[in-house]
Design a protein around this ligand. Structure first.
Ligand SMILES: *Cc1c(COP(=O)(O)O)cnc(C)c1O
Length: 377
């Protein structure tokens, strides 16, 4: 058995090397390192792929999440609702704006924002009257979109803006609509480990709203007006490098084939593991892009034992995420206690993710699954 990688970026490079190398060489020859033509070409290709009118390629997924909040003027006294079971950036951008992240619980089966918990938190914040509910950031965790039917209707009812955190969701679909097409605006990340990754940091924002698009384009370059040295608002330096755009173009062309490999691998994992393990659930009409294939142990002790057992067989695994955000030190001021979001708390104690990428083979999946089954009690 070859060495098993958790995410085999090298296999991808070996496959796409001629195209990626040619793309990089072209940028080096043309020396158009900032805002070169490849950036716009990528933005157009991404719009076509996800089915949105406008795309703004940016420096990373965190800036992609922060910039719409800047454009919306979110700030002190505003409440932005986010799931507790996610990567810290989802809540961090809210805090960076001086607003307050209001955590919600997730669903045990899909790991995504629980509309019932969201409703409860919106009503609680409204009843308390201290913060003004402004927006919701549902996360497409592990490659699967959140429950937008329920979330969008709840948000319309309460007049809340919606930003899809599709950092892990790129390539997933929900009722035939692609991730990055839900809500008022969507943000994704091209961090190397994401479903569509570049060779460094990168991200993108999608919207169908021309006014918001124009604001984001301005914010991306220091709040520019008619040109770079006309500054009309506070912005960022949040451009995507031309080199990263050149790297992403061939990777986007290869994406569907890699995505199909992940989907097939997930089906095989599920068929081999379903009798002995609590496997991930993909509801009807959803397709996951399997940023992670995540299973649940019965307890933290069992998880530790399984991870160690896999390790001894040369199989890497990861824990996303070992601590829910409402228990992170950075958010201790919010005063959360054990039991506030029981599903997020329980998941963080039990989940772990198995090797998954666009070049994984049925042999590797079978080897990992058999190793796990032999460790099951
Ligand atoms: C990775 C990630 C981000 C941040 O993306 P970066 O490109 O690393 O800044 C935001 N939200 C989620 C859910 C993520 O997984």
């Amino acid at each position: 058995m070859q060495k098993i990688e958790f995410n085999d970026l090298s296999a991808q490079y070996q496959k796409l090397k001629p195209e990626i190398d040619a793309g990089i060489a072209k940028v080096l020859e043309e020396c158009h390192f900032i805002s070169g033509p490849q950036v716009e070409e990528l933005e157009q290709a991404l719009c076509d792929y996800v089915g949105r009118k406008y795309c703004v390629a940016v420096s990373n997924g965190t800036d992609a999440l922060q910039m719409p909040l800047m454009a919306w003027g979110i700030g002190a006294g505003d409440a932005v609702f986010v799931p507790s079971f996610t990567f810290v950036a989802t809540a961090e951008v809210v805090s960076l704006m001086g607003a307050t992240p209001v955590f919600c619980d997730v669903k045990e089966d899909t790991f995504n924002l629980d509309p019932a918990s969201l409703k409860e938190q919106i009503e609680r914040v409204k009843a308390e009257g201290k913060l003004t509910p402004k927006a919701v950031i549902p996360v497409d965790l592990f490659g699967q979109t959140a429950d937008y039917d329920a979330i969008l209707s709840l948000c319309r009812e309460h007049g809340l803006l919606v930003m899809e955190d599709a950092a892990q969701g790129f390539g997933g679909t929900n009722n035939g609509h692609k991730a990055c097409s839900f809500g008022d605006v969507s943000a994704t990340s091209f961090f190397p480990a994401k479903p569509l990754g570049c060779y460094g940091d990168g991200g993108a924002i999608f919207t169908d709203d021309k006014e918001l698009y124009d604001l984001l384009v301005s914010i991306r370059v220091h709040g520019k007006g008619t040109f770079k040295y006309d500054n009309v608002r506070v912005g960022l330096n949040a451009r995507l490098d031309t080199l990263q755009a050149a790297i992403l173009l061939p990777k986007l062309r290869a994406f569907d084939e890699e995505n199909n490999t992940r989907i097939k691998a997930a089906e095989l994992y599920t068929s081999l593991l379903k009798d002995k393990f609590d496997i991930p659930v993909v509801p009807e009409n959803y397709v996951s892009s399997w940023a992670q294939y995540t299973i649940k142990a019965k307890s933290t002790e069992e998880r530790d034992r399984l991870i160690k057992g896999l390790q001894e067989k040369g199989i890497p695994s990861m824990i996303y995420y070992p601590k829910p955000l409402h228990f992170q030190k950075v958010y201790e001021d919010l005063g959360h206690k054990e039991g506030d979001f029981p599903v997020s708390e329980s998941l963080s104690q039990r989940v772990f993710s198995l090797p998954m990428h666009g070049y994984i083979t049925p042999e590797i999946v079978t080897y990992v699954a058999e190793a796990l089954n032999s460790l099951a009690e």
